[in-house]
Design a protein around this ligand. Sequence first.
Ligand SMILES: *[C@@H]1O[C@H](CO)[C@@H](O)[C@H](O)[C@H]1NC(C)=O
Ligand SMILES: *[C@@H]1O[C@H](CO)[C@@H](O)[C@H](O)[C@H]1NC(C)=O
Ligand SMILES: *[C@@H]1O[C@H](CO)[C@@H](O)[C@H](O)[C@H]1NC(C)=O
Length: 760
Amino acid sequence: MGKEENGYLPLFETKAVKGRVLYKLYAVSVFVGICLICVYRVKHLPAPGELGRWAWIGLFMAELWFSFYWIVTQFVRWNPIYRNTFKDRLSQRYKEVLPAVDVFVCTADPVIEPPIMVINTVLSVMAYDYPPEKLSVYLSDDGGSELTFYVLLEASQFSKYWLPFCKKFKVEPRSPEVYFSKAAEPVHDDIMSNEWSSVKKLYENMKKRINNATKQGRISDELRQDHNGFCEWDLASTKNDHQTILQILIDGRDLKAVDFEGQPLPTLVYLAREKRPQYHHNFKAGALNALIRVSSRISNAPIILTVDCDMYSNNSESMRDALCFFMDEEKGNEIAYVQFPQTFSNITKNDIYSSSQRVFYGVSINNNSTCMIFNHSVLESEELVVMKVELAALDAYGGPCYVGTGCFHRRQSLCGNKYDKECKVEWETQNYGKVKESVHVLEQTCRVLASCTYEGNTKWGKEMGVLYGYPVEDVITGLSIQCRGWKSIYFRPEKKGFIGVAPSTLLQSLVQHKRWSEGDFQIFLSKYCPLVYGHKKIPLQLQISYCCSLLWAPNCLATLYYVVFPSLSIIRGISLFPKLMSLSVLPFAYVIIAKYGYSLVEFLWCGGTIQGWWNDQRMWVFQRSTSYLFGFSETILKLLGFANSGFVVTAKLADETVSLRHQQEVIEFGAPSPMFKILATLALINLFSFVGGINRVIIDSKTEVLDQLALQILLCGLIVIINLPVYQGLFFRKDKGRMPTSVTYQSVILAIFAHLVALY
Ligand SMILES: *[C@@H]1O[C@H](CO)[C@@H](O)[C@H](O)[C@H]1NC(C)=O
Ligand SMILES: *[C@@H]1O[C@H](CO)[C@@H](O)[C@H](O)[C@H]1NC(C)=O
Ligand SMILES: *[C@@H]1O[C@H](CO)[C@@H](O)[C@H](O)[C@H]1NC(C)=O
């Protein structure tokens, strides 16, 4: 840490994660185990005509896939690194010349994304520890909702008290909701105690008004008189058919825009871009591009932060952290974006769901096991648990992908520019906020930038801005930036930068994964496949690392095979694994024990618990057998030209595929979703097989049977144990969250049917 040769002190440092030699030894030993398994499979392949030949071949295929995928993941885990920043050096060196920063918050629907949550995010980013005159916050409201506008107006008033309060008492985190729900009232400090109570009261009154308005679903006439911005809604007909609505609620250039202590406030802008039924609006990507253009006219900051409305800033210094990368004199110039991990909290958890889910999320959060994944954030699958390691590894190869939220961008690279070594940014001479028109004129001139027709015949969405046409546009956007020669940084500070809300139901989580796996797989099969698109532009390791998550969906086939066929074969007495008392068992045992042992240790090391790890394994099976299956089949069907395949999982899911952004749907667990039917059927098949297998062993009472089928019965038993909550939901629970009876009947029938087919 410290001085380079010429006495230059860098603003950040990069270090390799320790203990990698051990990891590499472990990986090599597992690889040897995998090879031995393959040898065994080939050598003991049943002869043609022999019982179980096809089951054997299928199992071998599944194992080959697992091995291939495992090797792909090793690329991601081989060489992880981590970063440290030196914010004190930044402050010393750039006290007066810090660049302006624009923050984009996107929301799309006031019902799914409650306005109170949205403004907590807005307030938390307005309160960054950063010169307010250099900070502008833009809220993009794709719902075009009067309610959201009203709530933002309330937030702009409240910020006059909240911001000085935060700065004076160094409040953390700066989302008022989270702060007031967690912090204890300061009793020792009279001054703070007074202000604390009054700000808290202000917040609570505001919340009451907001909740009242939310409940009523409309804005009362008295409230409408407070601001003439509401007139805009007289012209707007519906949320999908309205003119651009742009209101600068706080104009940072205005000397009168100050908090109650007379300090300047950050600029605050409300934008609902124009929507017309005949124009495609390109979801969140379209909203971000409109924001990029509008902000270029108003503040034109060289750095842009994008956050989702459900992710509040948990660390008021994140902005300075990010700048340490961009402004480092030696290496900063080539950095296009700095991606922070997403962390989740259970703040909006609802009660409908079984406690196992609660425990699950609770565990993950409370123990701070950050689960940031390579391209999306979730808590609950093996791939994700180790994200710390994974993104860190991508970082080593030239940068993680863009995850869509919690990411600081350089405006230049986001706008489609190529990296140019010669082009040095002069942060202080950037032309921000130099516009001299009145607010009204400014609003008028910006409107056209957010109109439906503006992008026609331009490069927006193709080469400029966030790219269009794919469900997970963030990944492609990040990839294309990297392919233009830029680097990116994954920064994971000890104190998390952004905290969001995890899906609070099983179905939500499965549906979310379905969408991601589907979107990722589509990219893999498209012209943006990193192996093709990134060829010769980014390192091979980075290309392969991208594939790690782009290939989630195809995992479903091998997994389904593994959870169904070995179990069904028990009934027929077909042995698919080596005998318990043979040497061939060793590689199987070693690979399984090493892999799961390692994952358990890693999980615990991340701060998880054994119970959490176990739940994690369950989610792993659930996701692979449902989410990925649907994602995979839909992608393939689309490719074959069945655009609307009728593969609608639930009515709500149909909306999901339309409005890709929405993740927070409240869907009853009790819904008769096909996903649950699959889960229940799989669980029952294994239960019947297990009982059948035990039965066989007892009736035949020959050690030979036991010896031959032992591994299969063991595997089946494990699947049964992992599915215990499913049986509970099918047969024992009485509450509303249980499996619907129709699911129970159908899955019982399907499972029996599967056994009959297997028997005859
Ligand atoms: C809620 O709003 C209605 C009308 O908008 C108003 O009459 C009522 O007093 C409000 N209630 C509270 C508790 O603010
Ligand atoms: C979040 O989880 C904790 C412990 O797991 C629990 O005590 C708390 O009530 C949860 N919060 C909400 C809002 O569900
Ligand atoms: C969020 O911020 C609070 C207050 O600084 C801190 O105590 C907490 O550890 C942070 N959460 C995470 C997950 O880092």
